[in-house]
Design a protein. Structure first.
Length: 207
């Protein structure tokens, strides 16, 4: 069985071959009795290194890039929806974050269309931290929670700050924006104190 994985030995995306084996009790080199369950491993076809099947849980570089792009896009939509779409400054900042993420052709029309499609969250409506009845909040959990374990603390903080800069583009935080950003922090495994510190820092950090 062949597939793609992030090889710990090569430090990059490589092909792997799935392998199975079993430990045997041997007598004069002849296997007699199996010892324990079948053992699974993966072997890199480039460096021939063998690793446990748990190495497949690490996303490839290509997959991680896609996850990060989707996270930035979803955070931008969520914060914009929480604060309302009437501010041209906020719309412009959200579009800038989305284009930076890799959606180079995304403009205000596409962003507003995406928000309209996610009708579970109306612009300016209080943000449901738990995602109940809110399509955008559900998207937020789906985009951020699988990504969080694979990002270092500075990377997770950077994502939250991008959302904060969208909220601040037209002035101070609105209560709904704070709720949305708190939800982002929760999904990114940031503590309440860390979220509060970052939101305060965003108000003083030139962007």
């Amino acid at each position: 069985m062949l597939g793609d994985f992030f090889c710990p030995g090569c430090g990059g995306d490589r092909n792997y071959r799935r392998q199975h084996g079993r430990r045997w009790l041997r007598l004069f080199g002849t296997p007699l009795l199996p010892l324990g369950p079948v053992l699974g491993s993966v072997q890199c076809t480039s460096c021939s290194g063998r690793y446990g099947v748990e190495s497949l849980e690490q996303p490839t570089s290509v997959r991680l890039t896609g996850m990060l792009r989707d996270a930035q896009y979803t955070i931008a939509l969520a914060v914009l929806a929480a604060g309302g779409t009437t501010s041209s400054s906020a719309r412009g900042e959200a579009c800038a974050v989305i284009r930076e993420a890799g959606f180079e052709d995304c403009g205000e029309a596409q962003v507003l269309a995406a928000l309209a499609a996610l009708s579970g969250q109306s612009a300016g409506e209080p943000f449901d931290v738990h995602g109940v009845g809110s399509a955008l909040a559900i998207e937020l959990h789906a985009a951020l929670e699988p990504l969080a374990p694979h990002l270092a603390q500075p990377g997770r903080e950077r994502l939250l700050l991008q959302g904060a800069w969208i909220a601040l583009a037209d002035g101070r935080y609105r209560p709904q924006e704070r709720e949305a950003l708190a939800a982002v922090g929760t999904c990114l495994r940031l503590s309440t104190d860390a979220v509060a510190r970052l939101l305060e820092a965003a108000t003083r950090t030139p962007h």
